[in-house]
Design a protein around this ligand. Structure first.
Ligand SMILES: CC(C)(COP(=O)(O)OP(=O)(O)OC[C@H]1O[C@@H](n2cnc3c(N)ncnc32)[C@H](O)[C@@H]1OP(=O)(O)O)[C@@H](O)C(=O)NCCC(=O)NCCS
Length: 171
């Protein structure tokens, strides 16, 4: 059974492996989280290890959905590191296991990140979404504003895709 989103306060040895498994499943199902659908699993697992290392080092925070010991959803919040960017954060790699998509879990994860960001005093959030997907509509529906579009900024296999940039101002 899937538990409500939570902020991970302690990263265990299994976290990177479980994230790699989730990330691979999401990628294979066509999810837009940094890889083409047929990307080598090893590359995805290495990215998962780096992402978790970043959390360990304090560069990002991780919010998860869990089913027992396994991650079934994840999203990262990466706060600006410089004096000029400390008031904002990037929301990256929002993903829900393909078997659970379309049941409100993605919205629940995003809501948890927004609530946390508001509570710690951030003023705005930024994210980018792959063009040619339903993602721009998803974020617009969640109240985000598209503030930019980089044409052909992403190469996904043989195709070039636009990158849509979104902002959410927090009150
Ligand atoms: C994008 C993603 C996180 C959304 O999570 P989800 O659990 O499937 O979405 P939810 O069930 O919470 O949907 C919330 C609302 O957004 C809508 N929505 C969800 N995915 C959508 C899509 N691709 N296009 C348009 N609308 C979408 C739903 O219909 C729902 O609308 P409603 O509130 O009117 O019913 C999930 O589909 C996913 O993991 N996709 C693969 C990974 C990915 O591409 N991540 C994007 C990183 S930028």
């Amino acid at each position: 059974m899937t538990s409500a989103p939570r902020l991970v306060t302690e990263v265990g040895p299994h976290t990177a492996i479980s994230l790699g498994t989730l990330w691979t499943a999401v990628t294979r199902a066509g999810g837009a989280v940094g890889f083409a659908a047929d990307a080598p699993e090893q590359d995805i697992r290495e990215a998962a290890e780096q992402a978790i290392e970043d959390v360990r080092a304090g560069g990002a925070q991780l919010f998860v959905l869990e089913d027992g010991d396994e991650l079934v959803g994840a999203v990262f919040l990466r706060r600006g590191a410089k004096a000029t960017t400390r008031h904002r954060a990037d929301v990256v790699r929002l993903m829900v296991h393909p078997d659970l998509q379309g049941r409100g879990w993605g919205k629940a994860l995003l809501d948890a990140v927004v609530a946390h960001a508001t509570a710690i005093g951030l003023e705005q959030l930024l994210l980018s979404a792959r063009g040619g997907t339903g993602l721009p509509d998803f974020y617009t529906k969640q109240g985000w504003t598209q503030v930019g579009l980089f044409p052909d900024a992403l190469r996904i296999g043989d195709e070039l895709r636009d990158e849509h940039w979104f902002q959410l101002r927090l009150s």
